[in-house]
Design a protein. Structure first.
Length: 132
């Protein structure tokens, strides 16, 4: 423990990236935070004098998609209003998707997703549970 250096930490991260390239950024950050916490505990217990630097790797920003809406763009270019109008048109035209007619409830679903920042995915929207 006393011989750990910042280079050792970097070698650990490089080895981890090679062995498990599928790890998400949040998982890697959790592992690195755990490593730092172990070193801090060792310092607090007097096992080591200093915690070596543990630089955080650069992360690629992955913002969520969004709609351009007025007043950020002209009202004619408002993507959110176009989406809502498109949904209303699908209902009016009685469009059928995969054997199921598009219902007016889609409008409410769009409003909920947009205003709650919930993505319409299995892990977010479809993982919500109404049971109490």
């Amino acid at each position: 423990m006393r011989e750990l250096k910042t280079g050792d930490y970097q070698l650990f991260l490089d080895g981890l990236a090679k062995r498990r390239p599928d790890l998400s950024a949040s998982t890697r950050n959790m592992l690195m935070a755990t490593f730092r916490n172990v070193l801090k505990t060792a310092r607090d217990d007097g096992v080591i004098d200093d915690v070596p630097d543990t630089p955080r790797p650069k992360q690629k920003d992955n913002p969520r998609p969004f709609f351009w809406f007025a007043p950020l763009v002209p009202k004619e270019a408002d993507e959110y209003k176009a989406l809502l109008k498109g949904e209303e048109q699908l209902v009016a035209d009685k469009v059928i998707v995969r054997g199921i007619p598009v219902a007016a409830e889609l409008y409410d679903l769009i409003l909920f997703c947009v205003h709650s920042f919930v993505l319409p995915t299995v892990s977010e929207l479809y993982a919500l549970n109404t049971a109490t």
